[in-house]
Structure formats: structure tokens, C-alpha cells
Design a protein around this ligand. Sequence first.
Ligand SMILES: [Fe+2]
Ligand SMILES: [Fe+2]
Ligand SMILES: [Fe+2]
Ligand SMILES: [Fe+2]
Length: 416
Amino acid sequence: MKKVNPFKEEDAVEVDGTFKELKALNSKPYNKETADPYTKVRVILMNGTEFESNWFLHQFNRHCNNNELRREIAAVRRHEQQQQKIISSLRPLDETDLETTISYEQLAVDLTAILARHVKDENVKNALNFALLEDFDHLYRFSNLLEMEEGKSAKDIVGKYTEIMPGRPTIAEHRHPYDSINKFICNMLSDPFTRLTTHIITAAEQQTMNYYMNVANLHKSEMGRKLYSEIAMIEEQHVTEYGSLIDTNCTWLEGWVMHEYTECYLYYSCYNDEPDKDIKAIYGALYKEECGHLKKAAEMLEKHEGKNWKCLFPDGGDFPELLKFEGNIEYIRDVIAKTVLLTKDKENYKEASKMSEKSDYKKYNGKVCKNANTVPSHEVMANYIKRNGEDFRFETSQHPIEELRNRKEDNTTLAR
Ligand SMILES: [Fe+2]
Ligand SMILES: [Fe+2]
Ligand SMILES: [Fe+2]
Ligand SMILES: [Fe+2]
């Protein structure tokens, strides 16, 4: 594969004077019936990446005492905002919030699995495999809500790529905040794919958290509102777990370069992965804009801190292998079989059944999930099973965990 280096992109679009006319911010949405499931997933991923860039640059603005630099930050951020509108308007009007939610959790499942399969750093890999089983379970719970409320099969949304069945039951996922902090990586000692992984997964999970925080009170049913609220609490844990992997020793300007590099990598990956011609063209164009942002951020790093971008990329800045969406059914089954019983004990992973009653996990989980019957992620299943006799799921073969095979009863004790 030919090496691609965004620092050396000849067609990089200069930041100055490239604002688009407002009418160009509304894209032609995909057709929800015919679009590939991963086309929807990529739109969510890039929307979340733009959100992260936007908020990172707002926070930077609020922590910077140099107005000359703050003007440059404002100019790039305005650009990020234009890009975010172009991406988010790809979602069609007739896609319901709950249908979009299925794609959010499919992104969480398959993106996490792909990154976990490819990343070399054990600390990062463990964090991914751990939360993977939780988003996998969310997909199952939301799919049952979708069938119950809108009569739609989530299988038609995820396609043949992703199974829909219980993972680590959501009721078991509620952990003390102290257990959500992970060891942070050191960029200098990490390979480029590891560095990118920490930024990509944090932005994606943060997008899911924000989405649930916003749609929970807009949802039309009491059951749905409660389920969104509960799962939003788990996404807060995921964002903390993943965000705490990012190298904390970066300065704001170094962090800016890392953000732009991540955007370049993702747009270039999506450009190569996207079958829809119109959307592919958008990714290609935005990649070149991101190369312009990267150039600007590197220039600011040099000007204000006297550092060359190469000190952040001692390996030269070529992209590592690109991100490519594909199904992960066998991989996920294997992770379930080996790790479904785990919980966290500070930075470590332990079987929940081996934790003492005095542990932070047991105390917190026992408190927030005091009565299993009133925990929404269980209630939604109990309601569904009561109406339909058995749950909704899509399995390609028998579930790897015996306790999660019973379709007539939702298990509330496993992994707690
Ligand atoms: Fe951007
Ligand atoms: Fe999730
Ligand atoms: Fe998540
Ligand atoms: Fe950017």
C-alpha cells in the first residue's frame, strides 16, 4: 500500500478564505432503506469526530491567553462547524431516533472490535474488549425497544454484520466512578495506531453519550426515556475509561495537532471505505480541508512553543493501516466467552463474583441497581418477553454463554 502522509499533502486546503456558502452545508441524505449499514455508521463516527474537534477547540480557547492564537483557533473551529453540518445532514429525515440509536450501538460494537483486533498496546486492547461487551448488550436492549415501539427489526438496520443478543448485561455494568479511570498511554512510546485509537474511540463514545443525553427527554415513551437515561450513564463510564487512555502530557497545542491528525486519518479511511459515490466525494474533500487544519496547527505549535510537528511523530507521520469497517461476529463471540464475567477494580479487571461486598463495585452497583425489577434495561426485556413470549435477537448460532441462552427470561445476576 502506498504511504500517505497528511503533513505532506499537496492539495491541502488553506484555512483562510475557504468558508462555504450556507446553502452548501446541507448535504443530500442517504436513503435509509438502501444505504449500507456501515455508511450510516461512518456518518455517526465523523459527526462525533467533528463534535470532539469543536469542543476541544472551545476548551482550548478558554484556556489560552493569547488573542492572536485564539483568532486562529476560532477560524479553524468555524471550519469544523461547517464540516459538522455537512456530515450530520447526511442522516435522512425519515430515520427515527431509535433507528439511529441502533446504528450508534453498531458503531460502538464494530469500531471497538476492529480497533481491539488491530491495536498492539495491551492496556488499550483490554479497555476496548471490556467496553465492547457492554455496547453489544445495549444494541440488544435498544433493538427490543425498537421492535416493541415501532415494529421494526433492528436486523434490517445492522445487516448481516452484527449479531443482536445479550452481552455483559447492562445491569452489571454500573460501576463506581473510581473504577472508570485507566492508565494513560505515552504518545512517544506508542505506535501511531495506538495513539489514533485512543482519540478515535473517545470521540465516538462521547458522541453516543451526548446523543443519549439529548434524546432521552425527547423520546415519546416513558420506557424509552428511562432506557436512554440508564444507558447514557454507562456511556459516561465509557467516555471516562477511554478518555483516560489519552496521553495527558500533551500541551494544548500538541493536543490540537493530534486532533487534526486524527481527523485526517479518519476522513482518509472513510474515503477509501465508502461505497456511496456522493458521500465518498464529501470525505475526500473534507480530508483535504483537514490537511489544511493540520498544517495550521503545526504552524502554531512551531510559532508558540518552538516545536516542530516531527517531535510528536518521530515515525514521520505516515498513516498506519487504514480503518476499514467489517463484521466481527467470531471475534466478539470469543471475547464474550472469555470475559463476560469481568468488572473493574480501579485499573484492573476482575470477575465480579470475586469482588468483596465492601468493594466500590459492589457498593455502587448494589445501590443504583437496588431492585432489579425497576432497572430500565431489565424492565424493557421483561415487558417485551411478557408481550411476545420470548426476546428479540439475531444469533448466527447458539449463544456462547449458557446463562444467556434463555430467551424467555432476562438474566439479572450474571457478572454482578
Ligand atoms: Fe473537522
Ligand atoms: Fe452503548
Ligand atoms: Fe459505549
Ligand atoms: Fe479539523
